[in-house]
Design a protein around this ligand. Structure first.
Ligand code: ADP
Length: 269
């Protein structure tokens, strides 16, 4: 039932007996059409995403300029918004460029023996202030396992998941706020599971979760300073290591991201 697209060429021909005919050449261009649509969609998403913080920066700057008598507290509040929104814009641009390098294969990876417990402990030390600030308890459970990986990219990948877990869990008004990172070995794979007791993700949102700019709740994600690109980057890094990522979630209960990575050398830089 799928829609298909064709390009048509009509070529007039004269047969040996003088009869005139038209040959119609049809080429299936569905693939090109789809790629073009995706590209258009992407450009439109990027512009929209960048315009949102820009509009708010512009608006607050204008208000500040038009009211020289504004009280110090309001002024400070507006300037803070301007600062946050420009930082978010710059994060978005960096994430976009990084994602582009990852997906085009341009990003160089330095593979070596990487101890996942070292990575997870390092990630914990980075997120500790954020977790404390939000009253989220972070716990690690780590079975010693080393894999063939790019250590910095492993940090980036796990940091993204843990950072999301803390941010979205902190939004919960009641109940305990816990994030758990577990590293285990299952045969020829290392498993990294990041679970939280956060708000959870509705079932219908799960298939689109790793799409660029997809957010379950746009307003909420923006408020948290999100670029909407974090999970796309995570997925790209996991796949570059020959691994897979999946997610289990229940609204009101919490979310678990599970990353499965091959232990043995399967990929090269
Ligand atoms: P963002 O920058 O918006 O966090 P991501 O790509 O990291 O973008 O995540 C995409 C969306 O997935 C988020 O906007 C949020 O709606 C949802 N999400 C990600 N992690 C969690 C989580 N641990 N709990 C609930 N929702 C989450």
């Amino acid at each position: 039932d799928e829609k298909r697209y064709y390009s048509c060429n009509m070529i007039p021909v004269i047969l040996p007996r003088g009869e005139r005919r038209v040959v119609i050449m049809m080429r299936d261009v569905t693939k090109e059409h789809e790629l073009n649509e995706l590209r258009k969609q992407f450009v439109s998403n990027v512009s929209h995403e960048l315009r949102t913080p820009l509009t708010s920066i512009h608006g607050y700057a204008e208000t500040l300029l038009s009211d020289p008598e504004m009280d110090a507290e309001t002024r400070k509040r507006f300037l803070t918004i301007i600062e946050n929104e420009s930082a978010r814009m710059s994060r978005m641009i960096n994430d976009l460029l990084d994602l582009e390098r990852l997906e085009s294969g341009e990003a160089r990876f330095e593979f070596k023996e990487t101890d996942l417990c070292v990575v997870v402990n390092y990630v914990l030390s980075i997120v500790e202030p954020l977790a404390n600030e939000h009253g989220v308890q972070v716990e690690i459970q780590c079975e010693p396992v080393s894999i063939w990986a790019d250590q910095d990219r492993m940090v980036q990948m796990i940091l993204n998941l843990v950072d999301n877990a803390i941010k979205y869990t902190s939004l919960k008004e009641i109940g305990d706020k816990r994030v758990k990172v577990r590293v285990t070995r299952e045969g020829k794979h290392a498993i990294v599971a990041v679970s939280d007791t956060g708000p959870g993700i509705p079932k219908e949102a799960l298939p689109r979760l790793f799409d660029r700019f997809y957010r379950v709740d746009k307003g909420r994600s923006r408020k948290m300073g999100g670029s909407g690109l974090g999970l796309s980057i995570v997925k790209s890094i996991v796949e570059r290591h020959g691994g897979e990522i999946s997610v289990n979630s229940e609204v009101g209960v919490g979310t678990t991201f599970i990353v499965k990575l091959p232990i043995e050398r399967e990929v090269e830089a």
